[in-house]
Each structure stands twice: as structure tokens, then as C-alpha cells.
Design a protein around this ligand. Sequence first.
Ligand code: NI
Length: 175
Amino acid sequence: MAVLKVAQLGHPILRRRAASVPRDTLRSRDFQRFVDDLIETMRKYSGVGLAAPQVHEGFQVLAVEAQKGQEEAPATPLTVLVNPVVTPLGNSLGEDWEGCLSLPGLRGKVPRHREVRVEALDRRGEPLDFTATDFFSRVIQHEYDHLQGITFLDRMKSFETLTYLDEYARYWAER
Ligand code: NI
């Protein structure tokens, strides 16, 4: 496995719509190796999610995982989604902090749908259809946005909460 280079804000691939993964590609060794590398890279940089465009691959693949206590997050098992479709359920929105490995050092409050329906393939091509709520829902929406060329900055209502990590720890973390 290999740790991949993470695209930083300004790289055009972060603004492109990712292509869907063809069925044949899913079964290839190269694709399976890529998914392993995506996961390895997410873990190496302590991300709770990572999308393929963030490692310079314009395909609709994303990974989500959180260890207990990481990012003040509930433990979230490793989930790999291929060609996902994410649909909001209901009108309930919640605001919470997000960061991004492509925007290192920054955090901001982002409104997200509390609950979404997720339809996708797993890494072996088996269909998935489930409901995600709260933190899991938030991370999936964040990573799904990357597949559309959207960053969390685009989702912020205002930049008043946009902050560097040091200042986040000093002024915001306790609120
Ligand atoms: Ni991100």
C-alpha cells in the first residue's frame, strides 16, 4: 500500500466533477489497490474521510472512517462508497465544524442535512442502500461534495467562523 499525495485547494481537480467508475474497473487489481491506498492515505493524515479527487483521481470513490474520539467524533466504521448518490431526507439541518485535508489548518461551521439516504456500490460492486444520520451523514455529505467539485467553504453560510486550528483550539473549541 502507498500513501498518496493530497491535492490542495487551488488544484483544478478539486473543482471538477468526478466520473463514475465502470463495472469492469471495479474488479481490477489496480482499482482495488487504489482503494487500499485511499484508505491508507486517509489514516496517515488522520482524516475522517477522503474522496478520490483529493488524491488526484477523478473517480466517484470516497472513504469514511473515524476512530473513537477522533475529531470529537463518534466511532464510525470504515465505509467505502463507489458511484454514490446522496439524497437528503427531511428538512432538518444542523451546523457543525468541518475541516478538510485539502484545506489544511482551517475549520469552519457548515450546515448539513441531518439525515441522508445513501445509494452506492461497495468496493466489490455490491449495492448499498442505507440511511446515515448526524456525524456519519455530515462526513458523507462533505466527501460526496468533493465528487461534485464542491468544498466545505462553498457550503458555509458565512465566513465568520472560518478559523485556523490554533485559534479554533483557543477561542472556539469550548463553546
Ligand atoms: Ni474534504
